[in-house]
Design a protein around this ligand. Structure first.
Ligand SMILES: Nc1ncnc2c1ncn2[C@@H]1O[C@H](COP(=O)(O)OP(=O)(O)OP(=O)(O)O)[C@@H](O)[C@H]1O
Length: 297
């Protein structure tokens, strides 16, 4: 079995006594080498989870281990790109990349950084760059560090579609060539579909769906047919038009394909159905279950 890139056990985070918990009793495991989509509604706890894994926040309950160590111990092996892409506004692009090389002398990969930063004007100050150009620079720093784990908080949100496509390609190639684990939070579900092989859906501060995307998809089905009882399957979402029923279900045994037209949902369909039905029970495939939870079961 491969090691875990991230393992959370009973992870909880409250920002203040009067505020609710951003994360609560959150347990999961992300095996190393995966490209993981981290999805969930606004305020679900995605950024909090990434900041805890990056060691920028300390959990108020439970624990998170990263690459087999505490986040602080693993810091040199992690690259974290925060949602607001903090960079030094007075530095030029060239100075910023130079600082990246100086701060990571053992691992700095200039070619990788240049592949991402390439089109940026080297002598432009960071404060004069557009939002998308800053994102490019932040991703160049992250990739140049040649990390084992990249934690990317909505990295593609302010990039134009062509650049998004190109940079996704660079990230995928990086992961394939070096076995880098990538966790990428995003609201753009269609873009995650072809790129990510692992899925974490966070809602209300805990993981609702976790595991290999293809296993999670295979555990569900879209059933279309005449209105009838869907038991024993767990209904995630259903709608009726006249006598016709369409339901996205979690399979609890063989499907009667004489009664139903059965198809596998797309990732986007599956995620939207779960987001619209927060009461649907959680599903973590075996690879996504935290070891402590498995031992306790
Ligand atoms: N620095 C902070 N201080 C206080 N509360 C915070 C802070 N950061 C986040 N929160 C709260 O924690 C909860 C989770 O926020 P978080 O930013 O982790 O969600 P998210 O899933 O990343 O959301 P989005 O998709 O909108 O970026 C929210 O209720 C938010 O108000």
């Amino acid at each position: 079995m491969t090691g875990a890139a991230i393992e959370a056990n009973g992870l909880g985070m409250a920002y203040g006594r009067r505020r609710g918990r951003a994360l609560s009793d959150c347990s999961f495991r992300l095996p190393a080498g995966r490209i993981c989509a981290l999805v969930g509604p606004n305020g679900a706890g995605k950024s909090t989870l990434l900041a805890l894994a990056a060691g920028l926040l300390r959990p108020t309950e439970g624990s998170v281990r990263v690459l087999g160590s505490t986040p602080a111990e693993a810091r040199a092996r992690i690259a974290y790109v925060a949602q607001d892409k903090p960079l030094y506004p007075q530095l030029t692009v060239a100075d910023t990349l130079w600082a990246g090389a100086e701060l990571n002398p053992a691992t700095w990969d200039r070619a990788a950084a240049d592949r991402v930063a390439g089109p940026l004007p080297q002598d432009a100050k960071v404060r004069t760059l557009s939002g998308g150009q800053r994102t490019r620079l932040a991703l160049a720093l992250a990739l140049g560090k040649r990390p084992e784990l990249m934690l990317l908080d909505e990295p593609m949100a302010d990039l134009d579609p062509l650049v998004r496509h190109q940079l996704m390609g660079v990230l995928m190639a990086e992961a394939a060539e070096h076995g880098t684990t990538i966790v990428m939070s995003s609201h753009i579900l269609t873009e995650l579909e072809g790129a990510c092989d692992y899925l974490l859906l966070v809602e209300g501060g805990r993981v609702r769906l976790g595991g290999e995307s293809e296993d999670i998809l295979a555990a569900h089905a879209v059933l279309t047919g005449q209105v009838r009882d869907l038991a024993p399957h767990t209904v995630v979402e259903s709608r009726t038009t006249g006598r016709q029923l369409t339901a996205l279900v979690r399979k609890e045994g063989p499907l009667d394909d004489t009664a139903w037209d059965v198809t596998e949902p797309s990732l986007e369909e599956l995620l939207l159905a779960h987001l619209r039905s927060p009461e649907a029970p959680a599903l973590l495939t075996p690879s996504a279950r935290a070891r402590e939870e498995v031992a306790a079961a």
